[in-house]
Design a protein around this ligand. Structure first.
Ligand SMILES: Nc1ncnc2c1ncn2[C@@H]1O[C@H](COP(=O)(O)OP(=O)(O)OP(=O)(O)O)[C@@H](O)[C@H]1O
Length: 225
C-alpha cells in the first residue's frame, strides 16, 4: 500500500531521515516510536504524500509520489485517513461539520445527511456533540472527533499521530480499542506514539510491528518493549 525505498527527508538541506525502507502491507498494524523530534510526524507526512522525499522513492498505492501533481495527491489522500497530532479543527464550525469537512471538500452535496457521518459520530461516542464547537470538547472527545473525521471517506489506511497524546489512560485505551477494531475490519493502521505502555497493552489484542526512528533511520524495535 505504502512503500518507501531508501527514502530520505531534509529540512533546509539538513538531513532528518535517511535511507528509510519500509513496506506497509494491507491490513497490518504498526506503531511508530522514537524520541521527540526524531521525525515521526515527518515520516507520516512522507507516507501520506504531504512531503515528497528528498532522496529515494515513496510509492503510495503503487504510484510514485514524486511524479504526482497536486490533484493526484489530493485524490490519493482520500484513501488515507490522518489523525493529526493537534487535531486541526476549524473552531467556528460545529463538531459534525468538522468531521464532515472531507466530504464537503470532495464535493458531496449535503454532508450532514450522510449516513456514515451519523454512524461514525455514534461509533466514536459523540452523538450528543453534533452541534458543539471544538473548543467545548474535552481532550478525549477531540481525539475521537479527529478519528471520526479521518474515517469519513472510508479510507484503506489510517495514520494517527499521537492520538492518545493528551488523554488519560482510560481514554487512551478506548481510542486504542477503536483503532484495533478498524484493523480487524481490514484497515491498515499506523500509530505514532511515545507511550510504550500503550504499545504493550495493544500487543495483547493485535499483532503489531513496532518501528523506531533513531539516529535518522528506521529500525524494528526489540521484543523487550
Ligand atoms: N516545516 C519544518 N521546517 C523545518 N524543520 C522542521 C519542520 N517540521 C519539523 N521540523 C523539524 O524536524 C524535526 C522532527 O520533527 P517531527 O515533528 O517530525 O518529529 P517528531 O518525532 O514527530 O516529534 P514529536 O515526538 O515531538 O512530535 C524537529 O527538529 C522539527 O523541529
Amino acid at each position: 500500500m505504502i512503500e518507501l525505498e531508501n527514502a530520505a527527508y531534509s529540512y533546509s538541506g539538513e538531513a532528518l531521515l535517511t535511507d528509510i525502507s519500509l513496506k506497509l502491507a494491507p491490513g497490518t498494524f504498526h506503531f511508530l516510536t522514537g524520541p521527540s523530534g526524531a521525525g515521526k510526524t515527518t515520516f507520516l507526512k512522507l507516507c501520506y504524500g504531504a512531503l515528497k522525499p528528498t532522496a529515494g522513492t515513496v510509492h503510495i498505492f503503487s504510484e510514485d509520489v514524486t511524479q504526482m501533481d497536486r490533484n493526484a495527491v489530493a485524490y490519493m489522500r482520500r484513501r488515507i485517513g490522518v489523525v493529526h497530532q493537534d487535531c486541526q479543527f476549524l473552531d467556528h464550525l460545529p463538531v459534525a461539520e468538522n468531521v464532515a469537512l472531507p466530504l464537503t471538500v470532495s464535493g458531496q452535496a449535503d454532508p450532514s445527511q450522510a449516513d456514515n457521518l451519523h454512524e461514525l459520530m455514534s461509533w466514536v461516542g459523540l452523538t450528543g456533540k453534533f452541534d458543539a464547537l471544538p473548543p467545548e470538547l474535552s481532550g478525549g472527545e477531540r481525539q475521537r472527533a479527529a478519528l471520526a473525521r479521518a474515517l469519513i471517506l472510508s479510507p484503506d489506511v489510517i495514520l494517527a499521530d499521537e492520538p492518545t497524546g493528551n488523554v488519560d489512560w482510560e481514554m487512551s485505551q478506548r481510542l486504542l480499542r477503536l483503532l484495533i477494531e478498524l484493523n480487524k475490519m481490514g484497515k491498515t493502521v499506523m500509530i505514532a506514539t511515545h507511550d510504550l505502555a500503550l504499545i504493550r497493552a495493544a500487543k495483547a489484542h493485535v499483532q503489531a510491528r513496532v518501528l523506531r526512528i533513531q539516529n535518522r533511520s528506521l529500525q524494528t524495535a526489540g521484543a523487550d518493549l
